[in-house]
Design a protein around this ligand. Structure first.
Ligand SMILES: NC(=O)C1=CN([C@@H]2O[C@H](COP(=O)(O)OP(=O)(O)OC[C@H]3O[C@@H](n4cnc5c(N)ncnc54)[C@H](O)[C@@H]3O)[C@@H](O)[C@H]2O)C=CC1
Ligand SMILES: N[C@@H](CC=O)C(=O)O
Ligand code: NA
Length: 431
């Protein structure tokens, strides 16, 4: 049997312990598949005394993850600590400088420093693999990088933050407002230590930026992702959208247009009957569209011990097999700086607003839309139980309109003198 592949494992939390369990439970299976054993040589985490749900007694402990990354007796540095600065960054850089391959679940680190790290690793002939970083257990990086390598990618999109999908689907099922369900999610332990990473769309934006780099051959450009979280999604809009056959999702879309690379992670309406519309709870879904293959839909667990460790181990086993791939599917030095295009692709829009219920009010809104070049597909006036007699809620679904025209129309609404409060506008994505 050839020499074992030796792992240095930094991080013994949810994902790290999942990795330990797979390495121990499936040692024979992995050796058979990889053609050589995979062993953990040493580990590192914050607290050596902590009681963990795995037997770590055979693994030497390194207090400093950077020292672990530099050990002569490891081949692969597995980084599952998290954070885009501090030890995760330092130790990953140290591992590359010391000539180690790297496997990481850290989307934040790669969204910020993925390009520099990839250039450094490839200059050393080393690989960085990150299947676990995007949509956890779903093998989307492998599919995009290898399975679809013969395609010009048209669009990548998906629901990539399980916490947000849990909150939105739970609001819909329970009728509870955002704040109440957010609190439930906190008590269930779903939220990141900084919940804004989840509900602010940042975590999902990190993931989208990594997919876009592979799909379009561009440098990771997380700073160019248009981000809007779910904090302003109201139960009223969830229910009204549902009545019209739509569900609200925190949806990421990346596509290359004639104007440049569009990347957005924003709440969108999608048809309730579509695969994305049907996605429930903390599950993820990624949709890949290539010129030859057409559309591929992948659904599964985006987080959790088993699914995330499964993805880490897939990368480790690939390295043990001798598979050498560029980090983003082509040499990092050939990735181009993307021209970032503010989203301009036209789409239908859902508009909700409160108006003074008086003659001519609706006509003024219709005129403002007409002046913005936007045509109306559906319009409804709702008599909300208990609402004041002089107030009407109006729902409009437009035909396809550009985001700029919608923004202009919203400005124009403000000049009509009939608007009560700020209108809501949510894109309806064609999926
Ligand atoms: N938990 C999940 O379901 C998923 C996690 N990820 C990513 O995987 C990584 C790890 O996540 P979790 O296991 O959930 O985190 P966790 O908080 O459960 O565990 C983190 C581990 O890293 C260690 N650590 C943190 N900072 C350290 C430092 N300065 N020095 C030494 N050790 C340090 C901690 O002691 C702990 O053992 C993160 O990048 C996360 O974004 C990705 C996909 C899903
Ligand atoms: N916080 C993330 C965990 C995995 O990346 C999520 O909710 O999806
Ligand atoms: Na994945």
């Amino acid at each position: 049997m050839p020499a074992p592949l030796r792992i240095g494992l930094a991080g013994l939390g949810t994902v790290g312990i999942g990795v330990v369990k797979i390495v121990q439970r499936h040692a024979d299976l992995i050796a058979a598949r990889a053609g050589r054993p995979v062993v953990i040589t040493a580990v590192s985490a914050r607290d050596p005394q902590k009681n963990r749900d795995a037997d770590l007694s055979n693994y030497p402990w390194e207090t400093d993850p950077v020292a672990l990354a530099r050990r002569d007796d490891i081949d692969v540095f597995v980084e599952v600590m998290g954070g885009h600065e501090g030890p995760a960054r330092l130790a990953t850089e140290a591992a590359i400088a010391a000539g180690k391959d790297v496997v990481t679940a850290n989307k934040a680190l790669l969204a910020h420093y993925g390009h520099e790290l990839a250039v450094a690793a490839e200059a050393q002939g080393k690989v960085i693999r990150f299947e676990a970083a995007v949509a956890g257990g779903i093998p989307v990086i492998k599919t995009l990088t290898e399975g679809l390598a013969g395609n010009q990618m048209r669009r990548v999109m998906g629901v990539m933050n399980g916490t947000c999908n849990y909150i939105l689907t739970r609001m819909q099922a329970s009728g509870l407002p955002y704040e109440a369900v957010f609190e439930e999610a906190r008590q269930l332990g779903y939220l990141e230590a900084d919940p804004n990473l989840d509900v602010g769309g940042i975590d999902a934006g990190h993931k989208l930026s990594l997919l876009a780099a592979i799909a379009f051959g561009t440098r990771v450009s997380f700073d160019k992702v248009e981000l809007e979280g779910i904090g302003n999604v109201s139960i009223e809009d969830i229910n009204l959208a549902d009545d019209m056959g739509y569900h609200i999702k925190l949806l990421g879309v990346a596509q290359m247009t004639g104007r440049g690379l569009e990347q957005r992670m924003t709440p969108c309406l999608v048809p309730a009957e579509s695969p994305l519309g049907q996605l429930q709870g903390g599950t993820n879904m990624v949709v890949l569209e290539g010129d030859s293959v057409g559309q591929i839909v992948m659904r599964g667990a985006g987080a959790g011990e088993g699914p995330t460790a499964s993805a880490v181990m897939a990368d480790v086993i690939d390295i043990a097999r001798g598979t050498r791939l560029s980090t983003f599917g082509r040499p990092a030095t050939s990735l181009t700086e993307p021209v970032a295009a503010k989203s301009a692709t036209p789409a239908p829009y859902y508009l909700r607003m409160s108006l003074l219920d008086k003659p001519g009010a609706l006509a003024k809104i219709a005129t403002a839309l007409g002046e913005a070049g936007i045509s109306i597909d559906q319009m409804r006036q709702l008599n909300q139980p208990g609402a004041a007699d002089d107030k009407a809620t109006v729902l409009i679904v437009t035909h396809k309109a550009s985001p700029a025209d919608v923004a202009y129309a919203l400005d124009q609404f403000g000049t009509t003198g009939v608007l009560l409060g700020a209108p809501v506008a949510i894109r309806i994505e064609e999926v």
